[in-house]
Write a protein that binds this ligand. Structure first.
Ligand code: GAP
Length: 487
């Protein structure tokens, strides 16, 4: 049985063995912090994205979705501050030449102290690091690393360079020739800027009235220096972001509102509130006047899954300055304080930004269970993924008991009835017990077995993944039963 500390490794192995997630270009030994989603991982990921898109763009009547390009005009990233500010303090070990993010290096020491039961020392070190990072005190951070005798995990030495900033954006050449001037272009490090530059396009064509939101799901790229922990920190990943445009001065209340709404979304997945916590940012990003993370208790501890940021008018104001195009909204609602319309202003923005891949990791962590099913007579166990049915890659497995006597034909009728409504899986090979276990391992909530009685009275046995209980039901009810579970 996996303990909490090795549950993470067990999930990684399970994901590979059962077609959820593979290392990218594995035949060439993989590519650091890049992963491919296999057949069931892709379904799971798509279901998560659909669920988020549905809750953002349908349940809120004032939010619409867009799909902006990954490539954007390079000035976008100058205006957004990413060219100058999107960097992390790094330190190199001179002996191993290995580069570390300073906060990760110190956090590893904090974790080690807390594992040794030295919680007071761990808290003290956390406090010191937070303070130095907030102050941008690089010399102080280096001193802290040296005082704490933190060594490189490869060379084992404390022979460190000074702390420096490294930009995390990937750049490439745009266009075929180099004589058109500088063709450097960036792969977007966040999807948000595609929303900001389209703010007026959407507002005008959609006749949107403040407050309103624009949502987007898409790829983002960051040249993460310490890229480990599976799909938790990747160089190519996906984000689900929503920018909510509001009247200046109302940001505090909207920030609290979105903190509440987003936490509700998480809890609606059926996850216990004690698995979550808010973490306020000590060092605010260059665009924010308030920010927090929603953290989930992964098998590797509480980690950020979503960020909620009060971005002020930083982005729109800068795009206005750099593009020389007005980014203003005319608000004809009457301000009760003056009795006049609010008039023209650059809206403020509250952003909710959640990583798709981290949500996949969250859903997997929550679902993964190793169960000992041994009885005095027989040793037995299973790995089951208890996905909420709406997120499960396959909703229904249709299994004829035997490959003959017309049972496959009856099973195929049920397949035809259901496969247009949700993802079904048909299998006739192996014993029914083995087939059930395979479906448990990929998180299929319902298995239906077609046996000889099915041919006579049109009933089938439905088996519930979590309880493993079986019930006889009319075949005609199966589709509705599955659909009801997905709401
Ligand atoms: N637009 C704001 C923004 O990008 P962020 O906190 O840098 O804010 C938002 O990122 C979310 O994107 C994070 O909460 C996380 O879920 C996800 N994310 C960020 N970097 C990631 C990475 N390297 N790999 C996987 N997910 C990442």
């Amino acid at each position: 049985m996996a303990t909490d500390s090795n549950k993470f490794q067990a999930i990684i192995a399970h994901c590979k063995e059962y077609g959820f997630i593979f290392p990218s270009s594995e035949i060439y030994d993989g590519l650091g912090a890049v992963y491919d989603y296999g057949q069931w991982g892709a379904e799971l990921k798509k279901n998560i994205k659909d669920h988020w898109w549905h809750s953002m763009t349908r349940m809120y009547e004032n939010i619409v979705g867009i799909d902006a390009a990954i490539f954007m005009h390079p000035t976008t990233w100058k205006a957004s501050g990413h060219v100058d500010n999107f960097s992390d303090p790094m330190i190199d070990n001179k002996d191993s030449k290995k580069r570390y993010r300073v906060d990760h290096l110190i956090e590893a020491k904090i974790e080690a102290l807390s594992n040794e039961g030295k919680q007071l020392e761990a808290d003290l070190l956390q406090g010191k690091m937070d303070h130095l990072i907030a102050e941008g005190d690089f010399a102080g951070l280096k001193e802290l690393i040296e005082d704490e005798k933190i060594v490189c995990s490869v060379s084992g030495t404390a022979n460190w360079t000074d702390v420096r900033q490294f930009n995390l954006m990937f750049s490439t050449e745009f266009g075929a020739t180099s004589d058109e001037g500088d063709n450097t272009i960036y792969l977007r490090p966040e999807t948000a800027q595609g929303i900001f530059v389209n703010f007026l396009n959407v507002q005008k064509t959609g006749r949107m009235k403040i407050p309103f939101g624009i949502a987007q799901i898409g790829k983002a790229f960051r040249n993460e220096i310490v890229a480990r922990q599976f799909i938790f920190r990747m160089r190519e990943f996906e984000q689900m972001e929503m920018q909510f445009f509001i009247r200046p001065g109302t940001q505090k209340e909207w920030y609290e509102y979105w903190k509440g709404e987003r936490m509700k979304w998480h809890l609606d997945l059926g996850i216990s509130p004690d698995k979550y916590r808010f973490h306020d940012h000590v060092k605010l990003a260059h665009y924010a006047d308030a920010a927090c993370d929603i953290e989930y208790n992964f098998p590797i501890g509480f980690k950020e899954v979503e960020g909620i940021h009060s971005r002020t008018d930083f982005d729109l104001r800068n795009h206005q300055e750099y593009s020389k195009k007005k980014m203003q909204y005319f608000d004809n609602d009457v301000d009760p304080a003056t009795g006049k319309p609010y008039g023209n202003y650059i809206p403020y923005v509250i952003e909710t930004s959640i990583g798709v891949d981290r949500t996949v990791m969250l859903v997997l962590s929550e679902a993964y269970e190793e169960q000992d099913l041994s009885t005095p007579e027989r040793k037995d166990d299973r790995v089951v993924l208890k996905f909420p049915p709406k997120l499960a890659p396959i909703k229904l497995a249709v299994l004829p008991l035997v490959k003959k006597d017309g049972l496959p034909e009856v099973a195929q009728q049920l397949m035809s009835d259901c496969k247009g409504a949700f993802k079904c899986f048909y299998e006739e090979k192996d014993t029914i017990g083995k087939r059930y276990r395979r479906m448990d391992a990929i998180g299929t909530p319902f298995c239906v077995t077609i046996d000889h009685q099915s041919k006579e009275d049109g009933t089938v046995t439905i088996r519930f993944r979590d309880t493993m209980q079986q019930e006889r039901v009319p075949m005609s009810e199966v589709k509705h039963l599955v659909l009801r579970s997905m709401i």
